[in-house]
Design a protein around this ligand. Structure first.
Ligand SMILES: Cc1ncc(COP(=O)(O)O)c(C=O)c1O
Length: 428
């Protein structure tokens, strides 16, 4: 049986004294406020929901092997933390320009010049509260009711929800394990209609780990230019690349492609800075201005202290990125070796990010640990958590039925124990 949030709430309350018993959350609902249509159908992020479930079990004292959340387990490198402390000491605690402080915008431009030979001006940069916020800005600036946005699946959980928030329609285009979960130029072209406003590309991809081959990107870029379709290129995992896979920014295929590209990236994944909430966009000036205006009304500016930390992340020593990448490499190899040895699982080798995304559908209908049977990936993940205390995210959340996602952004020992548990669970 699946435990509901109510069950967990009851069990947490059971250990409190009578004086400390609080009201059930549903008793605190408004009697007179009506929710808007925009939020009524909005679901919480599936990855955050899966992590919450695992945390609830942990709160009850259960040992849980948690591979749900997409964030590095490392703490932010010390020199970056020190820059933040210095910013506080220097009194950098005020509002900043809406699109970010000039020094950070310059550091971002310098970074793209240095890393990829791409020339951007600070007037083309908006710094936001994380890359997720950047994506929301792009979609709000470019899309509205009646528009279509092409999203290759499997896709990151928030893409379709954020498109829907603008009133536009997500057009999901399935990719296959055989293609390494990469959208082909032909698929892109076939999905384009008169209503198409944008392609959302995620390279390297969450959840599949797909790192697009340069030739595929080039072919997609050619279609984008021919059909004049803008591309939101979410490159947040750009620095996490393995086994000789090559990362190429979508904007690097010529000036005409760059004119159609909005790069989204940030410091969250490469510098273990998820909590600092700094992401950015690089885009043509008019789109940048629109997003900056939008942001000035929404949030005023991203956190001033985090912006100073991000300057240090980009301008400071880069060894920390390589060191974390080495750890991810080791974990990735370990996880893939183990998964390869488990009969009935299949996956496309991830070239980037920190996820293993594998097909578990051959286990549907068979008795698993505790005698349970399941017939979809969501029930698989629920049973796995309940029977073996392993937290994975269902592929259903990513538009990929039959698959599950394991984040290997955690230490080797936990990975080993969790994979032992997974094996036990599958053996039944
Ligand atoms: C593909 C993708 N894009 C964007 C983000 C958001 O990054 P941030 O934490 O900077 O908002 C994530 C985070 O998981 C992600 O996986």
């Amino acid at each position: 049986m699946t435990r509901t949030q109510g069950d967990v709430y009851e069990s947490l309350n059971a250990v409190r004294t009578p004086q400390s018993v609080s009201k059930h959350p549903s008793d605190l609902n408004s009697q007179s406020m009506r929710l808007s249509n925009t939020v009524k159908t909005l679901k919480p992020s599936a990855t955050i929901a899966a992590a919450t479930k695992a945390k609830e079990l942990k709160a009850q004292g259960v040992k849980v092997f948690e591979f749900t959340l997409g964030e590095p387990d490392f703490t932010t490198p010390e020199h970056i933390c020190e820059a933040a402390r210095q910013a506080i000491a220097d009194g950098e605690t005020h509002y900043t320009p809406a699109a970010g402080i000039p020094k950070l915008k310059q550091a971002i431009c310098d970074n793209y010049q240095r890393e990829y030979g791409l020339s951007y001006e600070p007037s083309q940069v908006v710094v936001s509260n994380g890359a997720k916020h950047s994506i929301h800005n792009v979609l709000t600036a470019l899309c509205g009711p009646g528009d279509e946005v092409i999203i290759p699946t499997p896709y990151w959980v928030s893409y379709s929800a954020l498109v829907e928030l603008t009133g536009a329609t997500p057009v999901l285009v399935p990719t296959t394990q055989e293609s390494g979960f990469c959208l082909s130029a032909e698929q892109f072209e076939n999905a384009i209609t008169e209503k198409t406003r944008l392609l959302m590309l995620n390279n390297p991809c969450n959840p599949t780990g797909a790192a697009y081959p340069v030739a595929t990107l080039e072919a997609l870029a050619k279609v984008a230019v021919e059909k004049q379709i803008p591309v939101l290129s979410d490159e947040i995992y750009e620095k996490l690349i393995y086994d000789g896979a090559e990362f190429r920014s979508f904007a690097s295929f010529g000036e005409d492609v760059k004119d159609l590209t909005i790069i989204v990236s940030g410091v969250s994944k490469a510098y273990a800075m998820t909590g600092w909430r700094i992401g950015w966009t690089l885009a043509p000036v008019d789109v940048t201005k629109a997003m900056s205006n939008l942001q000035s009304q929404q949030t005023s500016n991203p956190c001033s202290i985090s912006q100073f930390a991000a300057i240090e992340a980009l301008n400071g020593p880069q060894e920390c990125v390589g060191e974390m990448l080495e750890k991810f490499k080791e974990r990735r190899k370990y996880v893939l070796d183990r998964l390869n040895k488990i009969p009935g699982l299949s996956f496309a080798t991830p070239g980037g990010a920190f996820y293993a995304f594998f097909d578990v559908s051959s286990y549907f209908g068979k008795p698993l640990l505790g005698g349970v049977t399941v017939d979809n990936a969501t029930d698989f993940c629920t049973a796995l958590l309940e029977q073996a205390q392993v937290g994975l995210v269902t592929g259903d959340a990513f538009g990929a039925p039959g698959y599950v996602r394991l984040s290997f952004a955690t230490d080797l020992e936990t990975l080993e124990q969790g994979l032992n548990q997974l094996e036990k669970f599958l053996k039944g």
